[in-house]
Structure formats: C-alpha cells, structure tokens
Ligand binder design. Structure first.
Ligand SMILES: Cc1cc2nc3c(=O)[nH]c(=O)nc-3n(C[C@H](O)[C@H](O)[C@H](O)COP(=O)(O)OP(=O)(O)OC[C@H]3O[C@@H](n4cnc5c(N)ncnc54)[C@H](O)[C@@H]3O)c2cc1C
Length: 208
C-alpha cells in the first residue's frame, strides 16, 4: 500500500464486483473534485438521514458548510459518524436483456467523523474552496465572507481516511445466448454540461 492509497477497511472493502474498487487517492480525489454534490448520511437515534449538499475537497479533507442551525451539520459536529457519497454517472448501459441494464459511473464513499472548523482562516479558506469547486477562479472575483457571515456559517472538516471508490466502464455484459437478439444494445454517454451563463441584471433598490 503506497502513501497515495487509503487502506481498505472491513467496511470499505468491496465485496460485490471488487475488481471495480479503487483505493488510490488519485481516483478518489478526482471523483470528489469533479462531483458538485455529495450526499451525507448519518444516524440519529437509530434513524437514518441522508442530506444532499455542496462540498469541496482541500488536500486530505472534505469541507461542508451551512447555517449554524443546520441540523445535519450540528449532528455531525456533535460526534455522529458520517457516510458521505458522491456519484458521477458517465453513461446508460443498455443491454439486450432487462436484467443486464446498468450504468457507467464513478463513485466515492467516505466514512468518518467531522469536526467543526473554529479557526477563521481555515474557515474562510474552506468557504472559498467551496466557491472554487463550483467555478475555478471564482473566489478571486467575488466579495469574500464578512466576519458576520463567517460567524453565521458552520464549516465541517471530514478527513479522507476511510474511503473507497467504485468505477464501472464499458458496454453491457449480456448472456451469451442474448447476443443473437435483435434488441439495440450499447452505451449512451452522459455528462453534466454547463449552459450559457445568464447575467443577473438586478441592481440594489434606490436608497436601499
Ligand atoms: C449510478 C450507480 C448506479 C448503481 N445501480 C445499482 C443497481 O441498480 N443495483 C445494484 O445492486 N448496484 C448498483 N450500483 C452499485 C452499488 O453502489 C453497490 O456498489 C452495489 O449494489 C453493491 O452493494 P453491496 O452493498 O453489496 O456492496 P459491498 O461490496 O458489500 O460494499 C462494501 C463496501 O464497498 C464500498 N462500495 C460499495 N459500493 C460502492 C460504490 N458504489 N462506490 C464506492 N464505494 C462502494 C463501500 O465502502 C462499502 O462499504 C450502482 C452504483 C452507482 C454509482
């Protein structure tokens, strides 16, 4: 195991289709950096919660942010373990049989305990990283957070220590007998495409 790998644990070791598992940080970080949204799961009194939210990776950590009253973030800051996932769907895999339909994807699952960031410099850097994660370079052309905005924002830091990635590529895998069927089979590639930016023409109300 090299330094750029996260060692699989009993929880993160893929049992199903283990050949699709990846534990190298290059793959894990690449998926985290490309995905815009993560889903954070946690349990409260034996009840599961899964919340979609923005995030950013900075080095060895994933940062989450929200209002100081945010239930999910407060629960995680209070010690609940997080299970964070991100998913990139790269294609629809259409097989000759209904059974073998699939998707091409890259996904990451990360277990860990998050800590609230209390240092203002780290907090500011994390918030700007979340903006950068949306549009690279954007943090240089935007007003940085004020002290009040920093105080009203809870930022969490989650270490990338217990993680796995899973990657499916390629075409459908049909039963041998089904290759003779007349049904169309193949991959429909999918990607997230940025549209034409639409300028906000709003201005501050006079005297406002
Ligand atoms: C877009 C998409 C669509 C999918 N559709 C289906 C579907 O319809 N049916 C289906 O059965 N499976 C689907 N999968 C795969 C699914 O995520 C699981 O990998 C699979 O169901 C095996 O589950 P398991 O509980 O047996 O995993 P196990 O192999 O037992 O999981 C053990 C550990 O492996 C790691 N792991 C497992 N899956 C993933 C993953 N996807 N990404 C990162 N780490 C992982 C985790 O650390 C997990 O704790 C899909 C995945 C994606 C991303």
């Amino acid at each position: 195991m090299t330094a750029s790998q996260v060692p699989p644990t009993s929880r993160t070791k893929l049992r199903r289709k283990s050949d699709r598992g990846r534990y190298d940080r290059e793959t894990i970080d690449g998926i985290l950096d490309e995905a815009l949204v993560c889903h954070v799961g946690f349990a409260v009194e034996r009840r599961p919660w899964v919340i979609p939210t923005a995030f950013a990776r900075v080095g060895e950590h994933v940062y989450l942010h929200g209002a100081v009253g945010n239930f999910a973030l407060r629960t995680l800051a209070g010690g609940a373990e997080a299970c964070l996932t991100v998913t990139l769907v790269d294609g629809l895999v259409l097989a000759r049989s209904a059974f073998h339909h699939s998707m091409n994807y890259r996904s990451v699952l990360l277990f860990g305990h998050a800590a609230a960031v209390t240092d203002d410099d780290e907090k500011r850097a994390a918030l700007l990283a979340i903006v950068e994660h949306m549009v690279a370079g954007r943090s240089r052309s935007t007003r940085p957070p004020t002290a009040q905005e920093l105080r009203s924002t809870l930022v969490l830091r989650l270490p990338i220590e217990e993680a796995s990635a899973k990657v499916r590529t390629g075409g459908p895998i049909d039963e041998l007998a089904d290759y003779e069927l007349p049904h169309w089979a193949g991959v429909v590639p999918l990607s997230l495409v940025q549209g034409e930016p639409q300028r906000d023409l709003a201005s501050a109300p006079p005297g406002g």
